[in-house]
Design a protein around this ligand. Structure first.
Ligand code: DX5
Ligand code: ZN
Length: 219
C-alpha cells in the first residue's frame, strides 16, 4: 500500500488559507487532514462546514475529515455536502458505531473510526471488516503540537494483526506528534497514512518538509 501524507491544516496560517491550500496542492502530500472540534468531545473548537466548503473549492486532493464531536451521526450528510471524501468518527463518540459507519458509506464517503490513546484496539474486533480506515490517536485529541505517545507503536502492531486475522482491507492512519523522528518506525509498525500538523506548518519550508517525510518513507 502506498504511504500517505496528510498535512493537518489545524497548524496552518488561516489568514492565508488559500495559499496554504495551494502549497499542499503543489506538494507531495496526498490528502488534506481537517480537524473538526466541537468544544464538548474535546476541549477546543475549530471550524465546521462553511470552512470545509471553502477548502474544497481550492483543494485538488481528497479531504480527510476527522470529527472530534459528540453525536457525529447528526451531521454525516452535511459533511458530505461540504466536500468530505473520507469521514472519521471517534469510537468514543458513537453509541451505534455500526449504523454510523453504514451511514457514512451510504453517502458515498470512505468511513474511518478513530481510537483515543486509552481505547484498546480490541474494541474493533466486530467492526474491522466494515471500515475503510482506522485512525490511531498518538496524542490526546484537541490540540496540535503535543508530544507523541510511545505506546502507539504497540497499538499499531495490534491493529495490523487484527486486520490480517480478519483479512480486511483497512488503511492504518496515525495522528499526533508525527515527525521525522518517528515516521520510519511507525511505517515499520504498519502505518499507511501519516497526519502531521506542527511538524509541517511550523517548519521553514512546509512543502520541502512534506517531501522530506515522503523520502524517509521511500528509503
Ligand atoms: C489533534 C488533531 C491533529 C493535530 C495534529 O487533535 O487531531 O490532527 O492537528 O497536530 P500535530 O501533528 O501538531 O500533533
Ligand atoms: Zn486529526
Amino acid at each position: 500500500m502506498e504511504k500517505i501524507i496528510a498535512p493537518s491544516l489545524l497548524s496552518c496560517d488561516f489568514a492565508n488559507l488559500q495559499s496554504e491550500i495551494e502549497m499542499i496542492n503543489n506538494s507531495e502530500a496526498d490528502w488534506f487532514h481537517l480537524d473538526v472540534m466541537d468544544g464538548v468531545f474535546v476541549p477546543n473548537i475549530t471550524f465546521g462546514m462553511p470552512v470545509i466548503q471553502y477548502i474544497k473549492k481550492y483543494a485538488k486532493k481528497p479531504l480527510d475529515v476527522h470529527l472530534m464531536i459528540v453525536q457525529p451521526e447528526r451531521y454525516i450528510s452535511e459533511f458530505k455536502r461540504a466536500g468530505a471524501d473520507l469521514l472519521t468518527v471517534h469510537y468514543e463518540a458513537c453509541t451505534h458505531l455500526h449504523r454510523t459507519i453504514q451511514a457514512i458509506k451510504a453517502e458515498g464517503m470512505k468511513a474511518g473510526v478513530v481510537l483515543n490513546p486509552h481505547t484498546p484496539v480490541s474494541v474493533l474486533e466486530d467492526s474491522i471488516n466494515d471500515v475503510d480506515l482506522v485512525l490511531i490517536m498518538s496524542v490526546n485529541p484537541g490540540f496540535g503540537g503535543q508530544s507523541f505517545i510511545e505506546n502507539t507503536y504497540k497499538k499499531v502492531e495490534q491493529l495490523k494483526r487484527l486486520i490480517q486475522h480478519h483479512q480486511a482491507q483497512v488503511i492504518i492512519e496515525v495522528d499526533g506528534g508525527v515527525s521525522d523522528k518517528n515516521i520510519v518506525k511507525l511505517a515499520e509498525s504498519g502505518v499507511n497514512a501519516f497526519v502531521a500538523g506542527n511538524f509541517i506548518f511550523k517548519s521553514e519550508n512546509p512543502a520541502q518538509t512534506i517531501s522530506h517525510l515522503k523520502q524517509l518513507l521511500n528509503s
